[in-house]
Design a protein around this ligand. Structure first.
Ligand SMILES: NC(=O)c1ccc[n+]([C@@H]2O[C@H](COP(=O)([O-])OP(=O)(O)OC[C@H]3O[C@@H](n4cnc5c(N)ncnc54)[C@H](OP(=O)(O)O)[C@@H]3O)[C@@H](O)[C@H]2O)c1
Length: 231
């Protein structure tokens, strides 16, 4: 069945490959990015898929921009994918990159961004027969991780996981399934060239997870391969 997906951070990395994969499967995609004029890969997908690929502009820290996209949607959105994310200082407690401005930016993007995105699209989600919200998190945000460093990236993803649980609890009565996903370690600008998975491998696996997302999975943190993860 053809669904409508909304994907943030759709212009590169995992978001671009999820967009490509969803379109190839015959779904419609609202591809959200910060700078459509520079999104050449998305423009190529739009040229190939026509009206099935709609490109929209928003920074996920800008609630009004996300609301404006939602207000222009007449029909249903079936799957909202909160994918946009940013890395921050990767070092230890003495890393001078953890300025107030940098910390604020990563927390806004990775933690508040998914909340603003989910909130903005609740009305079009309510028109779907199987409404789903997928938050692309990271195992680096799990309380069970054994790593150090990257303090605020980890904290932002832990916060995103916590928001996912609260959203799942509140939206359960409306039948909206909400889950968080670890995409694997992926060869993108963020993951680097020596990562385990290609963006295509991660995106293909994630799309299969989103197709299977239902109320049995709401409130869960799930690996790209379907394995449950500890929050
Ligand atoms: N790659 C990995 O190994 C890995 C592992 C675990 C989790 N993740 C998560 O997977 C998601 C995608 O990561 P990726 O590897 O594809 O990263 P990426 O290649 O660095 O791409 C990040 C995407 O997010 C967008 N973005 C960043 N800040 C934004 C904002 N404020 N508003 C709107 N869009 C914004 C970027 O847009 P611009 O082009 O405008 O900057 C870009 O489209 C992220 O949430 C990341 O934390 C990745």
């Amino acid at each position: 069945m053809a669904d409508t997906y909304l994907i943030t951070g759709a212009n590169r990395g995992i978001g671009l490959e999820m967009t490509r994969n969803a379109l190839a499967k015959g779904h419609r995609v609202i591809a959200v990015c910060r700078n459509p004029a520079a999104a050449a890969d998305l423009a190529a997908l739009q040229a190939a898929h026509g009206a099935s690929c709609h490109i929209a502009q928003a920074d996920v820290c800008d609630a009004a921009a996300l609301d404006a996209i939602a207000n222009a949607v007449d029909g249903a959105i079936d799957v909202v994918i909160c994918n946009a994310g940013a890395m921050s200082a990767r070092g230890g407690v003495a890393d001078t990159g953890n300025t107030a401005e940098a910390v604020g930016s990563v927390l806004m993007t990775n933690m508040v961004g998914p909340f603003f995105t989910a909130r903005a699209f609740l009305t079009p989600l309510s028109r779907s027969s199987q409404p789903r919200i997928a938050i692309i998190s990271s195992y680096m945000g799990s309380q069970q991780h054994t790593g150090s460093g990257a303090y605020f990236y980890r904290a932002s993803k832990a916060g995103a996981n916590n928001l996912m649980v609260t959203l799942a609890n509140e939206l359960r009565a409306q039948g909206v399934a909400v889950a968080a996903y670890h995409p694997g370690w992926v060869q993108t600008d963020m993951g680097g060239a020596s990562a385990d998975l290609t963006p295509q491998e991660s995106a293909t696996a994630l799309l299969a997870r989103f197709e299977a997302l239902d109320m049995a999975h709401t409130g869960c943190f799930i690996n790209y391969d379907g394995t449950p993860l500890p929050l």
